[in-house]
Every structure is written in C-alpha cells, then in structure tokens.
Design a protein around this ligand. Structure first.
Ligand code: ZN
Length: 190
C-alpha cells in the first residue's frame, strides 16, 4: 500500500484532525523521528489551508482537536498539539493543552518545530531580527525618551530580564533607571 492508501485505511477515510472528507491528502508532520505513515496525517482541504497560513482569527473550527488530540497515532497527536500550541492565547486551547499528556518522545517531537507564529504575528524580534524571549538581556540602540517618566534612557543601556508584551510583538517591558517601561523591539538588540 502506498502512503495515501495507508492513511486512508488508518483514518477511515476522514481528515484525522476534523473528520471532514473534503479533498483528503497526506500532510507531513515535520521533524518526525520516523518516515511514511508515522510522519503524516491525513488532512482535508480546510485543515491544510489553515496549516499553510495560520489565521489566528479563525480558530473556532479547531475545538475539534479536543477529540483528535487523543488519537492513538503519534503524528495526529503531535500535529494536534502544535495547532493548540499556536492557539494557546485562547483559553480553551490552553485548557486542552493542559489536559493532553504526551510521552517524552512525542513531547520532544511536538516542540521540535512549532507552527510558525511569525505569520500570526506572535514572535518578538530585536532590531537584527533575533528572537527575543522573556528573561533576555538587551541593549538600547538609541536614546529613548520615556514618556511620562521624565527621563531619557540612554543608548547602550542594558536592560536585564525583559518580559514580552503578549499579543504585541513590537513591545517588550524592562526596568530602566528603576522604572518598568515599555520598549519597542526595533530599538533594542541582544
Ligand atoms: Zn480537516
């Protein structure tokens, strides 16, 4: 049996994420430790469209993952986890993630290649395009007048232990001259 046939029989000829039967095709779950059916999920057109261009404003359809995430098949679980992870700013998605237990291997595979949140605007990057994470130390690349605080944060100032402003990838927060301020990511570098 070829890949497509194998997936059709595994899935009972339905999208393994949402049960639709529309234009079913194999979708590769990247970074798989295995090949063939163990690296693919049978998906419908709508699921593939979303996966190729994640739209964070169209998330209601994904509540079906509450079922598919319990699939006995590793690639289905892993793909479900990645979609939920991408949507975790929605409380229902975070709740499902909290419930979903993955063994060590599946957990590592899930985390190996998150669904690109750049398209969803979720990644904080510095002026050089380097990804920023909470706890980083950054340096200001220009003098910044801090509105309302009455001082200027000087170019070259190190800001330690930054935090990321959720849902606003252009903003981080950090402490400068004893004050917690919001800083535009384009004015800092790691
Ligand atoms: Zn589907």
């Amino acid at each position: 049996m070829d890949l497509h046939q194998s997936l059709l029989s595994r899935s009972d000829q339905k999208c393994e994420l949402c049960d639709s039967a529309n234009a079913l095709e194999a979708f590769e779950v990247t970074s798989s430790p295995e090949a063939g059916v163990e690296a693919h999920v049978l998906t419908c057109q709508e699921c593939r469209d979303w996966l190729s261009n994640p739209d964070l404003s169209a998330t209601d359809r994904w509540t079906v993952l509450g079922d598919s995430m319990w699939s006995e098949h590793a690639p289905v679980q892993v793909l479900s986890w990645r979609v939920l992870d991408c949507l975790k700013s929605n409380s229902w998605a975070q709740d499902l993630l909290d419930m979903l237990y993955l063994d060590e291997e599946r957990s590592a595979w899930s985390a190996a290649d998150p669904i690109a949140s750049e398209q969803s605007g979720g990644t904080h990057r510095d002026s050089n395009g380097a990804v920023l994470v909470a706890g980083d130390t950054v340096t200001l690349i220009k003098d910044l007048t801090v509105k309302g605080a009455g001082f200027t944060a000087k170019r070259g100032t190190a800001v330690r232990n930054i935090s990321l402003v959720q849902d606003t990838p252009e903003h981080i927060e950090g402490r400068v001259s004893g004050q917690q301020i919001v800083i535009l990511t384009k004015f800092v570098k790691k």
